[in-house]
Design a protein around this ligand. Structure first.
Ligand SMILES: N[C@@H](CCC(=O)N[C@@H](CS)C(=O)NCC(=O)O)C(=O)O
Length: 205
C-alpha cells in the first residue's frame, strides 16, 4: 500500500499511527498537496490527503474511511469496535477530534494562505473558539478513564492524540494542557507509544 500525504497534516498522522498500531507495511509518499505538481487530484477529486493507494490499485480517501479499512486488514490491535454502543462512542470521539482538527486547520490556513489585508481575525477566532470548546468537552468526557472509551486504546485515542499534537505543532501558544489534566494525562501516555513517537509532525524544509 502507498499512503500519499504530508508530514504536517493531522489527518495523515492519524492514519500513520493506525498503520503503526496495526503493524501494517506501507510506503509513505510525500506530496505537496498545495502545489501544481501534486499527484493527489489524479487519485482523489477532492485533492486532499491522506489518500491511500491500495495494493489492488484503488484509492481510498478521507482519514475516517481509510482507518476503518485498515482496521479490517489485520486482527492485530482491533481499533474500531464492530457494532453497538462502543462503536458509536468511538466514532463520536473521532468526530470530536476530527472536528477540532478541521477548525484548527481552517484557522491555520486563514493565517498562512491569505494576504494580511484579506485575513479575517473574526473567522480565525471563530475557529479557535470551536477548538477550545471541543478540548473542554473532551477533557470532561474523558474524566478519570485510562483511555477515551475505557480501559483499552482504540481509534478514539489515536484521533484525539493526533488533534492535540497538531495543536502543539501549530498553536503552541494556545497551551491546551492548562485546565485539562485528563487530556494531558492521556497525551503523556500516548507519547510513550512508538506509533506516536515515530510519526512526529515536521515542517517542510
Ligand atoms: N476530512 C478529511 C480532511 C483532509 C484534509 O483536509 N487534508 C488537508 C491537509 S491537512 C488537505 O489535503 N488540504 C488540501 C486542500 O484542501 O486543497 C480527512 O479526514 O482526511
Amino acid at each position: 500500500m502507498k499512503l500519499i500525504g504530508t508530514l504536517t497534516s493531522p489527518y495523515v498522522r492519524k492514519v500513520r499511527i493506525v498503520m503503526a498500531e496495526k503493524k501494517l507495511d506501507y510506503e509513505l509518499v510525500l506530496d505537496d498537496v498545495w502545489g501544481p505538481d501534486s499527484q493527489v487530484p489524479a487519485h482523489n477529486p477532492l485533492g486532499k490527503v491522506p489518500c491511500l493507494i491500495m495494493d489492488e490499485n484503488g484509492a481510498l480517501f478521507d482519514s475516517r474511511v481509510i482507518v476503518e479499512y485498515l482496521d479490517t486488514l489485520s486482527p492485530v490491535g482491533r481499533l474500531v469496535p464492530p457494532s453497538g454502543r462502543e462503536r458509536t462512542q468511538t466514532k463520536l470521539w473521532e468526530a470530536l477530534a476530527d472536528g477540532a482538527m478541521d477548525a484548527a486547520v481552517t484557522a491555520r490556513l486563514e493565517q498562512t494562505m491569505r494576504l494580511p489585508a484579506q485575513r479575517s481575525q473574526d473567522w480565525i477566532d471563530r475557529q479557535l473558539n470551536k477548538v477550545a470548546a471541543t478540548v473542554d468537552h473532551m477533557d470532561e468526557l474523558l474524566g478519570e478513564q485510562a483511555f477515551c472509551t475505557g480501559v483499552n486504546l482504540c481509534l478514539a485515542d489515536i484521533a484525539v492524540g493526533a488533534a492535540l499534537s497538531y495543536l502543539d505543532f501549530r498553536f503552541p501558544d494556545m497551551n491546551w494542557r492548562a485546565g485539562h489534566d485528563n487530556l494531558d494525562r492521556l497525551m503523556q501516555k500516548l507519547m510513550t507509544r512508538p506509533s506516536f513517537t515515530g510519526t512526529q509532525f515536521a515542517a517542510p524544509k
